[in-house]
Every structure is written in structure tokens, then in C-alpha cells.
Write a protein that binds this ligand. Structure first.
Ligand SMILES: C[S@@+](CC[C@H](N)C(=O)[O-])C[C@H]1O[C@@H](n2cnc3c(N)ncnc32)[C@H](O)[C@@H]1O
Length: 251
């Protein structure tokens, strides 16, 4: 059954985050931290954000579409990033405000962020754009890039999940794109973007003030941290292609 547009915002209410039966088969049981849909996913995201903060020396972060605020709290507590979190769901905002630094949580749609250009060194947007209608993807990418001084990390559901449990049961996800397709969209928007080789998700980096070489260092470091956290057991198949692209961009 497909969801009517006016119900979509409410869909990200309590049942999405806290009801183990919604949507069936997608909850991983770690709802306390707010990263329930895959039990082993939080260390992956932790590693990615820690790596990006490290290679850019960014001091400020926007977590756009923060959900229950788990990553924003991690960024503040462990990475010492001055972090603002935004979301469109009242329930998510309420939850995110209970966390450390939660007073810096703002209601905002990702396609209209209430911040000036380059307001943050780093911008994070994980698992949000996949819920937009296709025509909103380019404006959203532009908006994320606009507020990023150095880089914006944008990650969405992997395209292959369309044909798995996720696609069968989740009636909210609209965009199942590969990293290359996200990169093409970003380039059509006039942005400097690089598809990232991480497995299980469809991630790109929008390069505002950093180079492809920095992007390579980011990926390399993120994979190393994932390994240390026990969240990686093999090099991603797309890694060699990514390295070639970074080298070509540098040449
Ligand atoms: C799958 S959760 C991801 C939350 C968090 N980023 C994470 O990685 O766990 C999707 C989040 O995106 C939010 N969201 C969906 N559409 C949005 C929009 N147009 N603008 C802002 N937030 C949106 C939802 O309210 C929800 O909190």
C-alpha cells in the first residue's frame, strides 16, 4: 500500500522509529541509540563522520535529517564538533532535543535549510534524501552544498535494497539510486561531487572546499576506523575504481 503525500511527514513519527513491527523486517533492535534499522550500522556511520572531521579539521557540523539525534550527540560528545541538528518530524525533533546539546536542534525541511551559505564546515545527511520525490533531489543537494563550507556527506539506501526486504516492505522510500546516479544528479546541479565506494549504502561527498585527494584520504581513514570498530570485514568492491577516479581527478 502506498502512502498518501500528506501522511508522509507523520510517517516519521513514533511508529517509524520505535515500533519493531514497522515496517516489517527492517528493525534491528538498537532503537535506544536511534540506529535501529541495521544493528551494526552505527559504527559505520561513526567511522565515516570521525574520518571526515579528522581529515578536514572541521569544527562545525550540520546533521540534516538527524532522526532521534544519536549521531549529533556522538559528534558533540566524542568529536567535539559544534553540531546543529535538523529534522522535519516533530517526534524525531522531540527525541533529539533530549540528548546532549539537544538545544541546538531545529525544525527544518532539507530542501529549505534556515542557515546562511557556508554556515557549517561539514554537513551530514544520512538516510534522508531517499524519501524525497525525484524532482526534489537536486534542490536538496544544492541546499546541502550551499550551507557546507568544506564538504557535505550525503548517504542513502543502496539501490540494490529496492529488490530486497526494504523495497518489499517500506512504502516511504522513493529513491533507490546508485552512488554514481547520486553523483550525476549532483553534477547536473552544478556541484563538485564524488561517488563513494562504501558498501550497503549509496554515498557521495559534495566537495565545497576540499579536493579529490582529501576525499580519498577520508575514505581510506573511514575504512580503517570501521575495521577497528569491527564493522568491516573486506575492502568494498568499488574501492579500486574509486582510487582510480581520485588519481585521475588529481592528474
Ligand atoms: C531513516 S531516518 C535517518 C535519521 C538519521 N539521519 C540517521 O541516519 O539515523 C530519516 C529521517 O529523515 C527525516 N526526514 C525525512 N524527510 C525529510 C525532509 N524532507 N526534511 C528533513 N528531514 C526529513 C525523517 O523525519 C527521519 O528522521
Amino acid at each position: 500500500m502506498s502512502m498518501e503525500p500528506n501522511n508522509r511527514r507523520d510517517a516519521f513519527d513514533r511508529r517509524y522509529f520505535d515500533d519493531p513491527d514497522y515496517p516489517p523486517g527492517l528493525k534491528g533492535g538498537d532503537e535506544v541509540r536511534g540506529y535501529g534499522y541495521y544493528p551494526d550500522y552505527f559504527p559505520v556511520v561513526q567511522a565515516q563522520l570521525a574520518a571526515l572531521a579528522e581529515i578536514t579539521s572541521g569544527g562545525t557540523l550540520l546533521d540534516a535529517g538527524c532522526g532521534k539525534g544519536a549521531l549529533a550527540e556522538y559528534a558533540r560528545r566524542e568529536l567535539r564538533l559544534h553540531t546543529v541538528a535538523t529534522d522535519a518530524s516533530d517526534y524525531a525533533l522531540h527525541q533529539a532535543r533530549q540528548r546532549r546539546g539537544g538545544q541546538f536542534t531545529v525544525a527544518a525541511d532539507v530542501i529549505a535549510l534556515p542557515f546562511c551559505s557556508q554556515a557549517f564546515d561539514l554537513v551530514w545527511c544520512n538516510g534522508v534524501l531517499q524519501y524525497l520525490p525525484g524532482e526534489a533531489a537536486i534542490p536538496a543537494l544544492r541546499e546541502l552544498a550551499r550551507v557546507a563550507g568544506q564538504a557535505a556527506f550525503v548517504s542513502n539506501i543502496a539501490a540494490c535494497h529496492r529488490h530486497g526486504e526494504w523495497g518489499r516492505h517500506d512504502d516511504l522510500t522513493r529513491l533507490y539510486l546508485t552512488p554514481g546516479q547520486w553523483e550525476s544528479l549532483a553534477r547536473r546541479a552544478g556541484l563538485h561531487a564524488l561517488a563513494l565506494p562504501f558498501e550497503g549504502e549509496s554515498a557521495i561527498l559534495l566537495l565545497a572546499g576540499i579536493t579529490s585527494l582529501s576525499a580519498f584520504r577520508f575514505v581510506d581513514r573511514a575504512l580503517e576506523l570501521m575495521r577497528r570498530l569491527g564493522a568491516l570485514d573486506r575492502d568494498p568492491p568499488l574501492l579500486a575504481h574509486f582510487i582510480r577516479k581520485c588519481r585521475a581527478a588529481k592528474a
